[in-house]
Design a protein around this ligand. Structure first.
Ligand SMILES: CC(C)(COP(=O)(O)OP(=O)(O)OC[C@H]1O[C@@H](n2cnc3c(N)ncnc32)[C@H](O)[C@@H]1OP(=O)(O)O)[C@@H](O)C(=O)NCCC(=O)NCCS
Length: 180
């Protein structure tokens, strides 16, 4: 071992490098499952999560406990970072539509702007990909999510009566990014 290698071996840079890595599929599924379990009475199963993340037209974004938004496919994360929130997005390229399928922030990290940050990142992606609209649907009784979407300029355009298993209506919202 030459001296340069010895310094590298002992250096903080090397320790830092060791601490950062891309999430593998199994860790990503576990992470999403934990958030799902903490946020929903009817969380997605492991199989559903696995199917969703493997589709070629879905995108996952994560928010760390410090509010950093990252794409787990391309951005490394630190072993010491807590993942506090995620969103699942679907891209329907033929129709230039992006759809928000899920957004969830674990309870201890709510009301810190993480939901909003995730949606802003989704909107940046939609613009990058030349999408015309973003669509989403939400239960009429989910007041915190409705407040978030309306604050961000989503407009209700339709209602599906008694759509959810608890009998609540689904409100369909959209945000027009550009007109054809
Ligand atoms: C909805 C949800 C994602 C919001 O995440 P969040 O990180 O707490 O939201 P933010 O801190 O970014 O809040 C942004 C805005 O949303 C609205 N909002 C969020 N939570 C709210 C609450 N409990 N009551 C009222 N308004 C709320 C506010 O307008 C807020 O802006 P403000 O802080 O300037 O008032 C979160 O409550 C959650 O995970 N809920 C359970 C899962 C869920 O129902 N997801 C949606 C359907 S998939």
């Amino acid at each position: 071992m030459i001296l340069q290698d010895v310094f590298y071996f002992l250096s903080p840079v090397r320790l830092l490098e060791q601490n950062y890595f891309l999430m593998n599929k199994s860790l990503l599924i576990n992470t999403i499952q934990k958030i799902e379990n903490a946020c929903f009475s009817n969380p997605y199963s492991r199989d559903m999560i696995e199917t969703d993340i493997q589709k070629s037209n879905t995108v996952i974004l994560l928010a760390s406990g410090s509010g950093r938004i990252l794409s787990p496919e391309t951005e490394e994360f630190s072993k010491n970072e807590i993942i506090a929130a995620y969103c699942l997005i679907e891209i329907i390229s033929q129709e230039q539509i992006m759809e928000l399928i899920r957004v969830a922030v674990i309870p201890e990290f709510r009301k810190r702007g993480y939901g909003e940050k995730l949606l802003r990142k989704m909107e940046d992606l939609a613009l990058e990909k030349n999408m015309d609209r973003i669509l989403l649907e939400v239960s009429k009784i989910n007041s915190s999510a409705i407040k978030l979407y309306e604050k961000m300029g989503y407009m209700q355009y339709h209602t599906r009566k008694s759509y959810y298993p608890d009998g609540s209506d689904a409100r369909l919202y959209q945000k027009i990014l550009r007109t054809a």
